[in-house]
Design a protein around this ligand. Structure first.
Ligand code: HEC
Length: 152
C-alpha cells in the first residue's frame, strides 16, 4: 500500500514538473498572483483569530494552507524569465530585481517557507501566544521580500 502511495506521489510530481515547463508566461503570472492572494487570505484568517476569539482548528487549517503554498515552489517555478512585464493581459508588480537577483529572491521565498512551517507546527499544538509571536515572523518575511522585489 505504502509503495503504491509513493508511486502515485512520484507520478504526481513528475506530472507537475512537465506541466510547469509548458505553462504560458501569462499563466505563471496568473497562478503566482492567485497563490499569493490565497496565502494572504489565510494570513488574514489567522490575524483575525489572534485579534479576536481564538479558534485553534481554524488557525491550524489556515497555517497549513500558508505553509503548503509557501512550500509549493511558486517563487522558483512561477517567476521564470519572460514574466517580468505584463503579458496576455496579466499585469505584474514583480520588480526587475526578481529576475536580476533570482538567488536572493528564492532565498527570501525559502525563508518564508521556513517560518510558515514553524507557524503550522505551533498552530497544530494550539498555543495561541506562541502562534502570535511566530505570526509576526511570517509577516516580516513577507515584507522583507516585498520591500525589494514588489512594486508598490
Ligand atoms: C520571495 C518574495 C516574496 C515573499 C516571501 C512574499 N511575497 Fe507577496 N509578492 C511578491 C511579488 C514579487 C509579488 C508580485 C507578483 C506579481 O504581481 O507578479 C507579490 C504579490 C503579492 C500579493 C498581490 C497578489 C496579486 O493578486 O497581485 C499579495 C496579496 C502578497 N504578495 C501577499 C504576500 C504575503 C501575505 C506574504 C507572506 C505570507 C508574501 N506575499 C510573501 C513577493 C513575495
Amino acid at each position: 500500500m505504502k509503495r503504491i502511495v509513493v508511486a502515485l506521489v512520484l507520478a504526481g510530481i513528475t506530472g507537475l514538473s512537465i506541466a510547469q515547463q509548458t505553462l504560458k508566461p501569462e499563466d505563471m503570472i496568473h497562478y503566482r498572483k492567485a497563490g499569493l492572494s490565497f496565502i494572504s487570505w489565510n494570513m488574514g484568517k489567522i490575524k483575525a483569530n489572534i485579534d479576536g476569539s481564538y479558534d485553534k482548528d481554524q488557525v491550524a487549517v489556515a497555517a497549513n494552507a500558508v505553509a503548503a503554498a509557501a512550500n509549493s515552489g511558486l517563487f522558483a517555478s512561477l517567476f521564470a524569465p519572460g514574466t517580468d512585464k505584463e503579458i496576455g493581459g496579466e499585469k505584474t508588480r514583480a520588480r526587475p530585481e526578481v529576475f536580476q537577483q533570482p538567488d536572493k529572491f528564492r532565498d527570501l521565498g525559502a525563508a518564508l517557507a521556513k517560518e510558515a512551517n514553524e507557524l503550522a507546527k505551533l498552530a497544530a499544538a494550539g498555543d495561541a501566544a506562541a502562534v502570535k509571536g511566530q505570526f509576526g515572523k511570517v509577516a516580516r518575511s513577507c515584507k522583507n521580500c516585498h520591500d525589494d522585489f514588489r512594486k508598490d
